[in-house]
Design a protein around this ligand. Structure first.
Ligand SMILES: [Mn+2]
Length: 376
């Protein structure tokens, strides 16, 4: 039996350049701390093999400090062998980190677009892998691999894209996976689709990224711990997800029906955070839903400023106006006229039209009141 850890898409040294310096530093620290947490886990759980399915670094030229810290991590976990298949962000290039910097004795980096094999004697396993050698790869080399049931455990480490046949990032289809004959295909590239699946006799899947970096990477992030074995010719795989992300980006709907001021809305959001035990290790995007009085326009910045305990709060207003209790229907000013114009769409539009009409009403009323449109 082999116990291995399958991770990918750590994106160490992401620049986070669109953020102010203090936020940038925190986010960079999140990414590195998650890597450290994984290394500590590998040491304490005595993991023998760690597969890194690409985009370990955010670029092929990470900073000196980051590459040294990564090497120090690998060295600390000296009982583990690390395998890296460079991805589209950190391709294996002549002047890149993988060709010019020694990441340690226990680290193997695949360095060609063609599949290579590393035999793990005395373990009964072979690890196959390849590398991106530039930022794009329009086809995949999986057809070069045809593993017959040779009594060994055959693992393929692959950075590629199963979501599109015309992807620039090594498009891989399920039939490519099925036909290559590997027992386990450790994929990297898609950050949000973790899950180990099975097709015919092949287990395959993405680990997702190791730590969420923004609201585009929601939920718990981490790696898969897999126990692979072949007994009497039969291969089995038991996998369990292990969270490593030290910071989480979450999204939650908050029904604020009936609430009519920013303080009450903030209080509702604080209750939700408390129930879920969310704290400083979470950033939450709250989607405000429900029916609110048309006269009440939630102010996003004011509400976030009153939330407690979380690192970052983002508010999206998807509420719809409570038309029945609306006094605007008989309002003879421009406000009333604007409301009556939107009313058919608010009442009987498709859900999408209703949401759009509600947003138009909020923006229009705010503008007519001389309010700041960035605030809502
Ligand atoms: Mn990638």
């Amino acid at each position: 039996m082999i116990r291995l850890l399958h991770c990918a898409d750590l994106h160490i040294d992401s620049p986070f350049s669109k953020y102010p310096p203090s936020v940038r530093e925190k986010k960079r620290e999140d990414v590195m701390s998650s890597f450290r947490a994984m290394i500590e886990y590998i040491i304490s759980e005595k993991i023998e093999i760690c597969l890194i399915a690409g985009d370990l670094f955010d670029s092929e030229n990470p900073s000196d400090a980051s590459r040294k810290e990564v090497r120090a991590g690998f060295e600390r976990a000296s009982g583990c062998r690390f395998f890296i298949s460079p991805g589209n962000h950190d391709p294996y290039t002549e002047n890149g980190v993988y060709a010019t910097f020694n990441l340690g004795e226990n680290v193997t980096v695949f360095n060609s677009e063609h599949i290579a094999r590393v035999s793990l004697a005395p373990l009964e396993a072979d690890i196959y892998g390849y590398a991106f050698t530039c930022r794009t790869m329009k086809s995949n080399p999986l057809s070069e691999l045809r593993v017959a049931n040779n009594g060994r455990i055959n693992i393929l480490l692959a950075h590629g894209d199963t979501s599109s046949a015309i992807s620039d990032s090594c498009p891989i289809s399920t039939s490519d996976i099925m036909e290559c004959g590997a027992d386990y295909v450790a994929l990297g590239h898609l950050h949000n689709l973790p899950g180990i699946n099975k097709i015919n006799e092949t287990y395959y899947g993405y680990s997702g990224c190791l730590c969420g970096r923004d609201f585009g990477e929601l939920g718990e992030k981490g790696a898969y711990l897999c126990e692979l074995s072949r007994e009497n010719g039969f291969f089995t795989c038991n996998s369990v997800f292990v969270p490593f992300g030290v910071h989480k980006y979450l999204q939650e709907e908050a029904d604020i029906s009936g609430l009519a001021d920013d303080e009450s809305v903030a209080e509702r959001l604080n209750e939700i955070s408390k129930i879920n035990l969310w704290a400083e290790d979470c950033s939450v995007r709250f989607k405000l839903v429900g029916r609110v009085a048309s006269e009440y326009i939630p102010h996003k910045n004011a509400i976030s400023a009153m939330t407690r305990g979380l690192r970052d709060v983002e508010i999206k207003n998807e509420t719809t106006p409570d038309i029945k209790s609306c006094r605007l229907e008989n309002d003879m000013t421009l406000r009333g006229e604007f409301f009556r114009m939107l009313l058919p769409m608010l009442e009987s539009g498709t859900p999408e039209e209703r949401t759009r009409a509600a947003a138009a009403l909020r923006l229009g009323l705010c503008a007519m009141d001389g309010g700041n449109l960035d605030e809502i």
